[in-house]
Design a protein around this ligand. Sequence first.
Ligand code: CMX
Ligand code: CO
Length: 143
Amino acid sequence: MLTRIDHIGIACFDLDKTVEFYRATYGFEVFHTEVNEEQGVREAMLRINGTDDGGASYLQLLEPVREDSTVAKWLAKNGEGVHHIAFGTADVDGEAEAIRGKGVRVLYDEPRTGSMGSRITFLHPKDCHGVLTELVTSAPSRH
Ligand code: CMX
Ligand code: CO
């Protein structure tokens, strides 16, 4: 079961400036930052609210750290903006398999490491009416 919006991924050219916009405009503070080398991004997670399954909802601000990263490619084509949405689930493996069985392309054979030790996978945007969709299971320490 997909139980919540885990985050909305937003691609930006300058992470520090974008973080400052969200702080100054809305009062959202940075909850966590990290570089995910595998995904080719430097990211800031802004926590919006907790949820009743023990998870939370975030904005994920993403700045590419190398030119061949998926986010760099997307920014070059589209400019800044909403890059993907992510649904939270207790069972990313099971959800990915079930969705794959419905004919939607799941991009990874096995979930990979996402923010804060979470496990993530992605569904191809062309199979999801134009929306790059991520599935996330939070790390146990966040429950
Ligand atoms: N949202 C919607 N559509 C998208 C998209 C996005 N974010 N990214 C690409 N597309 C579309 C393109 O517009 C293009 O459509 P057209 O053929 O109609 O022009 C098509 O998908 C192919 O795009 P592409 O630019 O050629 O890009 P690739 O096929 O090389 O890569 C994808 C697309 C989805 C496979 C790749 O972005 C990917 O693997 N994404 C998952 C990983 C990721 O995004 N990591 C960063 C976030 C990390 C995190 O959240 O933690
Ligand atoms: Co994400």
